[in-house]
Structures are given as structure tokens and as C-alpha cells.
Design a protein around this ligand. Structure first.
Ligand code: CTP
Length: 399
């Protein structure tokens, strides 16, 4: 995702400096060239060898040292960067940046930077709350710096409060957002459903399916990265919801229908990646069903077809996208669903193909459009496929 990007990562001297090594490693794994600046205090927490090891690049500590890839370190590290990230940013670094000091490599680089700057403060909760720190953060915001709020929880000093460096995944998300070219879904209101519904049999059992929710979460994540306002209606999954997304949790198809209808009037695009159970037990037993020697027969009644209902009440300007997970007659079944549910696009996948469908991190699909055209998509990572689906949604919307 970050292929060809130069990220200058400033690490300042707090205990969270050790987490910056994980960040540097993950950014490198995504294809970014990560050039680390360690302040003198940071180097007392984590040594340059660690950062050089995970990034494969020289680690910068001194304004005046010879560096293999920068002639004038503070200028090169600023002008060649697509993004300057300072994580963790200590109270001292925030004060220096706010005042415009340039007495070490990191502060001088920040002054010379014309790329976006992401600042991730991390410190003891009392320090973070201090008016001086809060004022400095306001000043940095007024310079156009992006500030990632610290997380709350237990800190290394033993106190509990706000000041922890957010998890690497949260910082990465913010970085993707800042490096995504144009945020071309900016302001678009979208609804995504994800996961397999659970239809209760009794208080301890339910009927469900193999949906992991990964495709729906990837669609929500990709949309948020590109600036959309995303509502994610999800059944219970093992996944962390993407940051910046409004999450509505449901279990049954009936609850999903209600949650979807509650927001349908406000959205412009709906993508129904959820695997909705077509049937539910006619009655949920109030007590746990005990086994007996007789055969157990479950009576099932039909669930509402949520997407079908959206299609029936489709407003002009709304784009409806469905999924069809099939084991046979892929194109014919998908084309039939597209027509029946009044969709603009259906994403069809044959779940028997290796690397496609439930639980997998990749998917192999065909895209079928209301005008009868079909596109074959090669095997893609689900997040890449999500971005491609959003590209197609934009095209259909004439953008
Ligand atoms: N869907 C829905 N409500 C249902 C069933 C399906 O909203 N009760 C949506 C799914 O989220 C998906 C699309 O409809 O986007 C197709 O789902 P699928 O289960 O493949 O279609 P069905 O119409 O249920 O057909 P099938 O007989 O193959 O199950």
C-alpha cells in the first residue's frame, strides 16, 4: 500500500519509543522507505541498530553527521518525504515544534518540511493535560499539522489515563489516510454491512454461516481511508472495526434490517457484503433445548431479504451493491440477483475457488453491472479489492 513512499519517522525520547520500532517495521513491510530520525533522548530508550535493522536504512541522529543517503540531512529528510511522522512526540518536542526551534535534527527537519506532518503525542496523563502541552498542540494544529490523539489506559509509569501512544494499527490507518492521493470519496455517505447473521435456536445456540466479515470490514476501511462517512452494520466478528467508522452491532437478519433501514434515508451508497441467513428458527426456545432420543426437527421461517427491500425502495442517486457467494452457475445466479434486487453492481465470487470467499484474506471475483457488462478481477487482497469496488462505484456515479 505504501510502495514508493518516503516516510521520515521522527522518534523522540519517551518509553513509547520502543513501539516506534514496530511502526517502522510495519511501514517498511508495506513498501515504504522509512528514514528514522532518533533524538538524543530517544536513543537512550531504543538504539539506532534496531531501527536500521527493521528499515534497512541508515538512522539519523546528528545534524552534522555524514549520511549515505542525504547530503544535507535536515533538508533531504524534509524535502524527499511524502510524510513526516513524529511518534512518539514528547512534551518537549511539541514545545520545540510549536516555538519553531531548530536546535536538533528532528526539529530542524520539521521546520523544513512541506509535506504533511503527523504528530503522535505520548506522555504521562498529567503532562498531557497540562495547559502548556494543550496550548502547544493547538498551535501545531494551526500550522496544519495532523495530531493523532493519544489513547487512554495504563501507562508505563503505572498511572491510568490519557497519554499512551495509540496501537500501531491506528497510527498506520492515519498514515494510509494521509497518503491516499485525493480522498476521492470525501464526504460521501455510505453504508456497509458485514459478517454472517446469527439466528437463535435457544439461549445458547444459533444458526449462522462461514462469513468472517473481512470483505465488509475492508470495504468500510477503504471508504474511510478515502474520506467517506461510513456506517458499518456488523454481526459479531473477530475483527477490529476500522477507525473513524460508525459501528452498529447486530446479530440477526431482523436486527440488520432495522439497523439498515434506520440509516438508508441518509446514505448515497449501500454495499451489502453481509451473509444474511435466508431462514431463521420459527421460534427461539426460551430454555436450552435438552437432548432426547427422538429426532429434533427445527422449523424455519423465511427472513426478510434486506437488499431486496432496499432495491424495491431505491431512491434516485443511490448506488446499491450486492454480493453473491455461489458454489455453481456463478454468472447466471449473480445476474439473476442483480436484476431481482434492482442493483447497480454485484460482486460475484465462487467460494469453491482457492483464495476466494469466506475467511480468506484474498478474493477472486467477477463484477456484474446493471447494463449487462461483466469484468473479471484477478486474485486480490480484500483491501485492494475493496478499493477497486469503490473505484467502480465512483465510475457508476459519474465521478
Ligand atoms: N441479502 C440480504 N438479505 C437476505 C439475503 C441476502 O440483504 N435475506 C443480500 C446479501 O447481503 C448479498 C445479496 O443479498 O449482498 C445476495 O445474497 P445471497 O445470499 O447470495 O442471495 P439470496 O438472494 O439469499 O440467494 P440464495 O438463494 O443464493 O441464498
Amino acid at each position: 500500500m505504501l510502495q514508493g513512499k518516503w516516510i521520515t519517522l521522527g522518534v523522540s525520547g519517551g518509553i513509547a519509543a520502543y513501539k516506534a520500532a514496530d511502526l517502522a517495521s510495519k511501514l517498511t513491510a508495506q513498501g515504504a522507505a522509512v528514514h528514522v530520525i532518533l533524538t538524543a533522548a530517544a536513543a537512550r530508550f531504543v538504539g539506532p541498530v534496531t531501527f536500521a535493522g527493521v528499515t534497512g536504512h541508515f538512522v539519523h541522529q546528528d545534524m552534522f553527521a555524514n549520511s549515505p543517503d542525504c547530503a544535507i540531512p535536515h533538508i533531504d529528510l524534509a524535502s524527499r518525504a511524502d510524510l513526516l511522522v513524529i511518534a512518539p512526540a514528547t512534551a518537549n518536542v511539541l514545545a520545540k515544534l510549536a516555538a519553531g526551534l531548530a536546535d536538533d535534527l528532528l526539529s530542524a527537519t520539521a521546520l523544513a518540511a512541506t509535506c504533511p506532518v503527523l504528530v503522535c503525542p505520548a506522555m504521562n496523563a498529567a503532562m498531557y493535560q497540562h495547559p502548556a502541552v494543550q496550548k502547544n498542540l493547538q498551535v501545531l494544529e494551526s500550522y496544519g499539522y495532523h495530531i493523532l490523539e493519544p489513547a487512554s489506559g495504563r501507562m508505563a509509569c503505572g498511572t491510568v489515563g490519557k497519554g499512551r501512544l495509540p496501537e500501531t494499527s491506528v497510527i498506520l490507518e492515519k498514515i494510509y489516510q494521509l497518503l491516499t492521493p485525493q480522498g476521492n470519496l470525501s464526504g460521501l455517505k455510505v453504508l456497509v454491512t458485514a459478517g454472517g447473521t446469527r439466528e437463535p435456536i435457544d439461549p445458547v445456540r444459533y444458526i449462522s454461516n462461514r462469513s468472517s466479515g473481512k470483505m465488509g470490514y475492508a470495504l468500510a476501511r477503504a471508504a474511510a481511508q478515502r474520506g467517506a462517512r461510513v456506517t458499518l452494520v456488523t454481526t459479531p466478528t473477530a475483527l477490529e472495526p476500522p477507525p473513524g467508522v460508525e459501528v452498529v452491532r447486530v446479530e440477526t437478519a431482523q436486527q440488520m434490517l432495522e439497523a439498515v433501514m434506520a440509516v438508508y434515508d441518509r446514505v448515497e451508497v449501500v454495499i451489502k457484503a453481509a451473509a444474511v441467513a435466508d431462514y431463521r428458527p420459527a421460534r427461539m426456545a426460551e430454555q436450552k433445548i435438552k437432548k432426547s432420543d427422538a429426532m429434533l426437527v427445527l422449523e424455519l421461517v423465511k427472513n426478510p431479504d434486506i437488499l431486496g427491500q432496499l432495491g424495491q425502495h431505491k431512491r434516485p442517486g443511490v448506488t446499491l451493491v450486492g454480493f453473491a457467494a455461489e458454489t455453481a452457475d456463478l454468472l447466471q445466479n449473480a445476474a439473476d440477483k442483480l436484476r431481482r434486487k434492482n442493483l447497480d453492481l454485484i460482486v460475484a465470487n465462487d467460494v469453491t475457488v482457492p483464495g476466494a470467499g469466506f475467511g480468506s484474506d484474498t478474493n477472486v471475483v467477477k463484477l456484474l453491472y446493471a447494463d449487462g457488462s461483466v469484468k473479471d478481477v484477478p486474485r486480490l487482497d480484500k483491501l485492494e479489492l475493496a478499493h477497486l469496488i469503490w473505484d467502480e462505484v465512483l465510475r457508476l456515479r459519474g465521478k
